[in-house]
Design a protein around this ligand. Structure first.
Ligand code: ADP
Ligand code: MG
Length: 313
């Protein structure tokens, strides 16, 4: 199959179409008009088969997740997603209609879910399936939520359950079926929460490499420390069955959750909860002057080592 026919067959009508796209797939570049009073927010993430998703992951899940992890980065800035560019490096055995149709069904579903248009990309051969997605979004001028705004006294919050994807990955790597597989395969970017937190959160990040490590990025950028109350971190019942150490390895050091971790002043948190009664946020700790992270379990200080997600499985 020629590169040309792959492109037009599978990529052209897979996603949402925006009126603001002046020129989409088919020319050397795409052309888009930019909404007034907005800033362009952009990011790229690369996923390599066997490294970022276990061998055996469905083509659908691979397509879905490659886009989802990038939309999650936009969510963590409070941006509204607009479009993606999709770099696909395919080994010979996957350059066929069966793989591409399922892969693009995954890409299409998440793009439709968030009103995202595939405006271009690149397709090449490669020894290992590698996907590089560039995501573009917009945020009202000056309102993007960065990592460097956490202040002493801010409340540290997460937007949902933590540790599920890591628990699922461990079970799958052990050859077991996991009831949490969809948390690993089909992460849900927390777009509505991210956008709602514009003007409220002082710093934000999405949890991709583990709560502990990603919190570290906020703390370093902001020049502060934090205390975390382990028992306040929401998780799934499956993890509550595990021994303490294992459970919190998944929660603090597991990756791939794509929940939002943010800091917010106590006053703004109260305002947020009043103005958005239908959006759940979970306070799990506080920003402190002292550098580093202290852990509490039932109000007692305990030692816990932050190692972060291991990229080299
Ligand atoms: P060029 O040689 O100019 O890079 P290509 O033949 O690579 O052109 O691509 C032709 C058109 O198809 C371009 O508009 C490009 O954006 C689009 N395209 C190629 N690969 C993909 C892909 N994986 N996803 C979406 N669009 C793609
Ligand atoms: Mg090209």
């Amino acid at each position: 199959m020629s590169e040309f026919s792959l492109i037009y067959q599978h990529f052209q009508n897979a996603t949402t179409k925006h009126d603001s796209t002046i020129l989409g797939i088919g020319d050397d570049c795409a052309i888009s008009s930019v909404p007034p009073n907005s800033e362009l927010v952009s990011c790229v993430d690369t996923l390599v088969a066997g490294r970022h998703f276990p061998v055996g992951t469905s083509a659908y899940a691979i397509g879905f997740k490659a886009v989802a992890v990038n939309l999650s980065d936009l969510a963590s800035m409070g941006a509204t997603p607009y479009a993606i560019l999709l770099g696909v490096s395919l080994p010979k055995e996957l350059a066929n209609d069966t793989f591409l149709a399922e892969f693009m069904r995954g890409v299409g579903d998440i793009c439709h879910q968030f009103g995202v248009e595939l405006i271009g990309g690149d397709t090449t051969g490669a020894p290992v399936l590698t996907l590089s997605v560039t995501a573009l979004g917009f945020v009202p001028k000056g309102l993007a939520i960065k990592r460097d705004g956490a202040k002493v006294g801010d409340v540290l919050c997460v937007g949902g359950q933590i540790g599920l994807a890591s628990a699922a990955l461990q079970e799958i790597l052990q050859g077991k079926k996991s009831p949490l597989q969809s948390a690993l395969d089909l992460p849900q970017p927390q777009m509505a929460l991210g956008q709602a937190l514009c003007g409220y959160a002082s710093a934000m990040i999405d949890i991709s490499d583990g709560l502990g490590q990603d919190l570290g990025h906020i703390l370093t950028a902001s020049g502060v420390g934090a205390v975390i109350e382990l028992d306040k971190i929401p998780t799934h019942d499956e993890l509550n069955q595990l021994p303490f150490e294992q459970k919190y390895q998944h929660i603090i050091n597991g990756g791939d959750d794509y929940q939002l971790l943010f800091t917010i002043s106590p006053n703004k948190l109260a305002d947020f909860q009043k103005n958005y009664p239908n959006i759940s946020v979970y306070p799990i700790g506080k920003i402190m002057k002292k550098a580093g992270v202290q852990f509490l379990q039932n109000a007692q200080a305990i030692d816990f080592k932050i190692t972060g997600y291991q990229h080299f499985l």
